[in-house]
Design a protein around this ligand. Sequence first.
Ligand code: EPU
Length: 427
Amino acid sequence: MQKILVTGNGPLHGEVLISGAKNAVLPILCATLLTDEPVTLRNVPNLHDVKTTKKVLEGLGATVSYDPERFGSGPDSEVTVNASTVNSHVAPYELVKTMRASVLVLGPVLARYGQAEVSLPGGCAIGSRPVDLHIKAMQSLGADVTVEHGFIKAKTRGDRLKGAHHTFEIVSVGATENALMAAVLAEGTTVLDNSAMEPEIVDLADCLIAMGANIFGHGTPRIEIHGVERLHAATHDVVADRIECGTFLVATAMSRGSITTVNSRPETMDAVLDKLREAGAEVTVDGDRIHLDMRGKRPKAVDITTAPHPAFPTDMQAQFMALNCIAEGAGVIRENIFENRFMHVSELQRLGADIRVDGHTAFVRGVEQLSGAPVMATDLRASASLILAGLVADGDTLVDRIYHLDRGYENIEAKLSGLGATIRRVD
Ligand code: EPU
C-alpha cells in the first residue's frame, strides 16, 4: 500500500494550478445521463472518484472518454460522455459502497428512463450520512420509491416525473443536486425550497442550462425549474476546486510562506479567505488568482463553525484544525454538518498537537512545534490535514492509507513539491 512521506521543510513559495472541483464534476458527470446527445466537460480533475463515476456510468451503458493517463487533465482536457447507449437502470452495491456520490445517478436515471435502482451507500467514516432526503424529493416529484434488499427502487407513475413544490427538511448538497437533476425533465414547474447554495450546485445548474434546462434561483435557497421534454449536447468547464485551493492556502499560511493560486475562483471562497486573514495572512485577489503572504509570521489561532454555504465549509475544518495546532493562541472548532468528523484529532495528537474534544467541539491550543510521526489517514480531508501538519513538523511524517487522498486531490505531492515541500509517495 502506498504512503506519503513528508519532511518538515520551511515556508512554501510559488504558484499552484487549481484543478476542477471534485464535488462539481461528480454530479455533472451524472447529469450527462439526462440526454442522449454527447456532453463534453473540460477542467476535469484526475481523481479516483472520477474514475469510479466513470465505472458507474459505464455500468449503466454510457460511454465515457475519460483517460487522464493518456490525454492529461487540467483546464484544456476534455471528457465526453455519450449516454445514448444506456441500457441499465441499476447502480450496484460494489460501486456505490466505494463512493457515496454514486447515489447522484438516482435523479437523472429516474427522470430519463422512468425507473432507477440504486444501492444504499452504507456506512461512512465521517457520519451516518443517510439518503432519506434524496428519497423524499423523488417522492415529491411523483415517484413511487421503496427500499428493498439494500436498494432504492424508484419508478415514475406516468411517463414522466411531475413538477412539485418541495422543501428540504435540512440543507443537503446531494439531495438538492438529485432533485434538481430529476426536476429538469419533469412535467411542469418545480420549486425547491431550503436548497443548498454551494458553488458546485451553481456549476451543476449552469451545465444543465447549457444542456437546455430552465433553471432559476440556483445559488439561493429557492430554485425554480421549468421542466423540458429533452436536453441536448453541451460543453461545460468545471468550476475550480475551492477546497483544494483552500488546502494549499492553509498549508502556506502554516509554513509562513507566500503563494499564488492560479485558475481558482476566489468569489466562492469568502468564508475561508476571511479566516485566513483573521489568522494573519495578507490575502489579495486578482481575477482567478489568490495571493497569500504570511510575511514569515506564525499564524494566529482562529475559531471555526462549519455550516452550509456561504458559511464556513466542513470540508476545510480539518485543515484549519491543523493550522490551529501550530498557531499562536487557542481556537475553538465546531463541526455542525457531520457527527463524526474529528477522526484526524487522535492522529494530530500523535504529532504532539494539544486538542481536547467535547462532542462536536474541539478546543485546540497551538504548540511551538509538532514532531513528525507515522499517522493514519481516515478520510479525505483528514488526510489533507495530516499532510499539512507534517509539512511543518520536525522530522518525518509518514501518512498511511492515502487512497483517501487520491479520491479528491489531484497529484497533491507534485503540487506541494512545486511549492518547495519535501514530500514523496513511497510503497
Ligand atoms: N443528510 C441527511 N439525509 C440525507 C442527506 C444528507 O440526513 O438524505 C445529512 C448528512 O448526514 C449531513 C448533512 O445532511 O449531516 C449534510 O449532508 P449533505 O447531503 O449536504 O452532504 P453530501 O451531499 O453527502 C457533499 C460533499 C461532501 C461535503 C458535504 C457538505 C459531494 C460529493 N460531497 O456531501 O464532500 O462535505 O456535501 O458540504 O459533493 C468531501 O469532499 O470531502 C466531502 C465529504
